[in-house]
Design a binder for this molecule. Structure first.
Ligand code: ADP
Length: 358
């Protein structure tokens, strides 16, 4: 178990790509940290630097009190789980799980005890003598995790470990990884582009954009209190509704739409009013007019997609928005409704700087 500290970490590849820019982070012993962001934002590069699979161009990485920039991957006491499992195809499950331990000279008995214990924890005991190609994707990923667990590392590193699994299995494995991490209490860093995975797994998550940490915090903090338009848009599914607006000193305006209740905003600015789907509700007295295009029934609730009448995007297109309602509310496609929104949960952003104002 260990603390991990990143200090002004930068990575520039030999082709000049500045993939990671000045990242600072303190990870406490036992924390589950998720790096999340769109493809190409630098999250895998950052993880691979902690693993020792990429060099650090500038800055320092510490595990506990040891600076590990120049320590070889095998001596960092970290274990990584990859998206493609990275198992040896010609070895049995037992062989794959034992391999690292044999290399470091553990006794046969010790190895056997550790492998059997990890296999039990991961429910793969009965597959110990099979080869990886005789297992399902989910079982292979358990073997990859087993191989990491038996090494009893200070830090677990996960690089999109669930991306090759189907949706149902992904949810199941997500829950198991979380439970396992809780039980073992090992400091973990997990990379994903999937915001649901990030929200559900993380003690704290770092939203990464263009090589930099855009914001770091508990999942619910980032959801409720995003500091930027990027974080507000990236976290939350369906995505937050963003209505382009300007402020005339009294009202927020978008096309013919006028919204009261705001002050202390910069006048005439290029703003966006952000409202999450669950903060909209059907209300005859509401200020927003909405025409329904599609109703998605998710069981417990319905997602209603449609057009915000009178609002205008910069390009003059209709503005599509989404609201989440109870499953009992199932309005008809083509119907026009009035909507009210929760003022206390509405967010306002400066679209030019990307920063949140309210
Ligand atoms: P992510 O994991 O968020 O998808 P990566 O860390 O893989 O992003 O990549 C970050 C940036 O660094 C991207 O622009 C990518 O093209 C670049 N990059 C990644 N690996 C290399 C490499 N080996 N050589 C050069 N550029 C790379």
């Amino acid at each position: 178990m260990a603390d991990v500290k990143l200090t002004n970490v930068n990575k520039t590849y030999s082709n000049g790509a500045h993939a990671v820019r000045g990242v600072n982070m303190d990870i406490a012993n036992g924390e589950f940290i998720v790096f999340v962001g769109p493809s190409g934002c630098g999250k895998s590069t950052l993880l691979r630097m902690v693993a020792g699979l990429e060099s650090v161009t500038e800055g320092d990485i510490h595990i506990d009190d040891q600076r590990i920039n120049d320590v070889s991957p095998s001596e960092r006491n970290v274990a990584m789980v990859f998206q493609n499992y990275a198992l040896y195809p010609h070895m049995s499950v037992r062989g794959n799980m034992s391999y690292g331990l044999k290399n470091r000279g553990d006794s046969k008995e010790e190895i056997n005890n550790k492998v059997v214990a990890a296999a039990k924890t991961l429910h793969i005991e009965e597959f110990l003598d099979r080869r990886p190609n005789q297992l399902s994707g989910g079982q292979r990923q358990r073997v990859a995790m087993g191989r990491a667990i038996v090494r009893n590392p200070k830090v677990f590193l996960f690089d999109e470990p669930l991306s090759n699994l189907d949706a149902k299995l992904r949810v199941q494995m997500r829950i198991e990884i979380k439970k396992l991490q809780r039980k073992m209490g090992v400091t973990s860093i997990y990379v994903t582009h999937d915001q649901t995975e990030a929200m559900t797994l993380a003690d704290r998550l770092a939203v990464i954009n263009n090589g930099q940490i855009e914001q770091m915090g508990k999942p619910i903090e980032l959801y409720k209190d995003p500091k930027t338009l990027f974080v507000a848009s990236f976290i939350g599914s369906p995505q937050i509704n963003l209505i382009p607006v300007r402020f005339d000193g009294k009202l927020l305006k978008s096309g013919n739409l006028e919204v009261k209740g705001f002050n202390n905003l910069p006048e005439g600015e290029n703003l966006a009013l952000g409202i999450r789907p669950e903060h909209l509700r059907i209300d005859d007295k509401g200020p927003l007019s909405f025409r329904i295009d599609l109703v998605e029934q998710h069981g417990a609730d319905n997602l209603i997609y449609g057009t915000l009448i009178d609002a205008a995007t910069e390009e003059g297109h209709d503005l599509e928005i989404c609201l989440r309602v109870n499953q009992k509310q199932e309005p008809k496609i083509g119907e026009t409704l009035k909507l009210e929104y929760d003022h206390e949960n509405a967010l306002i952003f400066n679209k030019e700087t990307g920063l949140r104002l309210v």
